[in-house]
Design a protein around this ligand. Structure first.
Ligand SMILES: NC(=O)c1ccc[n+]([C@@H]2O[C@H](COP(=O)([O-])OP(=O)(O)OC[C@H]3O[C@@H](n4cnc5c(N)ncnc54)[C@H](OP(=O)(O)O)[C@@H]3O)[C@@H](O)[C@H]2O)c1
Length: 343
């Protein structure tokens, strides 16, 4: 080999080495300024997965309102169980933060198809966490009050040990573990009984829409009185979620509606707020058997987020009134009902 040829080959090898060094350096240095200055920086790009779900629509709205450039994906655009597609979309956008509001939420059906629940609620979270690790994005992931067994008899805190009772609950807890296993920077938010105006348009809807539909059919409605949760208003949950990100807080947080209430009493409140006469009767878990076991008392304590200075969640009555106003506006075709009041 002639001397110039050798020189050229060495130059080529050096360029390759330098490129590798540069990309290693870029990879790691990209993380640092973002992590250190996240609070002070102007909002960057945010990705919302499950962007057409009840919470997803509110996250998109809240993030846009606060100046983020938002890319929303729901199942038709990006199936989160497709690892390569998740990696492709997230690495193309290099977001500052990824909110995963996508989930398999069919608690009873999951007993028949636990693998389907696990694919979306657990393995797909691994896909997202891997993509976040590659790009240095913060992951905000949502979990459930159903990770608890309901035996505590008081609102659950972040320190309480989980003990899931169903395939759905196990899959959600596994999703939490995947997020923590693959990432140093994560926020996991456990919530409870989510309702938001987006539920008017989703296949699964929410408890309020179910109650109003059954009342409209003139049926006798039996609702359990011995199970207590803390119904959570999606717009307020979205706002607190973005607060956590903007304050640079990391870790596990509970954000429930703040009011422990039985499903029966919640149904009664809903009919009162809607001005609907319904044939509502109390029942209990002995009479009303479901495929999945559920915790009897799964209300969540918001004490941690309040200690950290986040605004308390709105009182249940106010949140329900706000829901009804937005619902009426949506049904009347003016989806732009004013949202000037902070939630
Ligand atoms: N709803 C509750 O009462 C409740 C209670 C506790 C915790 N949570 C948690 O809170 C979060 C938000 O819940 P939500 O009420 O907003 O749920 P939602 O209204 O059911 O929305 C979930 C969204 O995720 C989408 N999705 C499902 N599988 C997907 C996949 N493989 N790829 C991409 N998108 C997929 C759904 O699309 P499809 O309609 O096509 O399936 C839907 O648009 C979830 O993590 C949930 O587990 C909810």
């Amino acid at each position: 080999m002639s001397f110039p040829a050798l020189k050229l080959r060495r130059a080529g090898e050096n360029r390759k080495k330098n490129r590798k060094r540069l990309s290693n350096w870029l990879g790691s240095s990209r993380l640092r300024p973002r992590a250190r200055y996240a609070v002070a920086e102007m909002p960057g790009r945010a990705v919302v997965l499950g962007s057409r779900g009840q919470l997803g629509v509110e996250l998109v709205r809240e993030l846009e309102h606060r100046g983020y450039r938002v890319s929303g994906f729901d199942r038709p655009e990006l199936d989160i169980t497709d690892r390569r597609a998740v990696e492709r979309e997230i690495s193309a956008l290099i977001p500052e933060v990824v909110f995963n509001a996508a989930a398999y939420n069919q608690v009873d059906v999951a007993e028949e198809e636990p693998d389907a629940a696990f694919a979306v609620n657990a393995l797909a979270v691994r896909n997202i966490a891997l993509a976040c690790r590659q790009t240095g994005a913060l992951l905000v992931h949502y979990s459930t009050d159903y990770v608890f067994d309901g035996q505590a008899g008081r609102p659950y805190t972040e320190e309480d040990p989980p003990h899931p009772l169903s395939a759905y609950a196990v899959s959600k807890l596994a999703g939490e573990l995947y997020a923590q296993a693959y990432l140093d920077r994560w926020i996991i938010i456990r919530t409870s009984g989510v309702y938001g105006p987006g539920g008017l348009y989703t296949a699964r809807g929410n408890f309020i829409e179910l109650m109003l539909r059954l009342a409209g059919e003139g049926k006798v409605i039996r609702v359990v009185q011995d199970h207590v949760a803390s119904p959570t208003y999606a717009p307020a949950l979205a706002a607190r979620s973005v607060d956590l990100v903007q304050r640079g807080l990391l870790g596990l947080f509970h954000i429930g509606g703040g009011t422990p209430i039985s499903w029966f009493d919640w149904a009664r409140m809903i009919f009162q707020a809607a001005g609907v006469q319904a044939e509502l009767r109390p029942t209990n878990e002995q009479e009303y058997r479901t495929a999945a076991r559920r915790p009897k008392f799964s209300a969540l304590s918001n004490a941690k987020i309040e200690r950290l200075g986040l605004a308390p969640m709105p009182p249940l009555e106010d949140a329900l009134r706000s829901y009804m106003i937005l619902r009426r506006a949506a049904l009347a075709g003016s989806g732009s009902a004013d949202r000037k009041q902070p939630v």
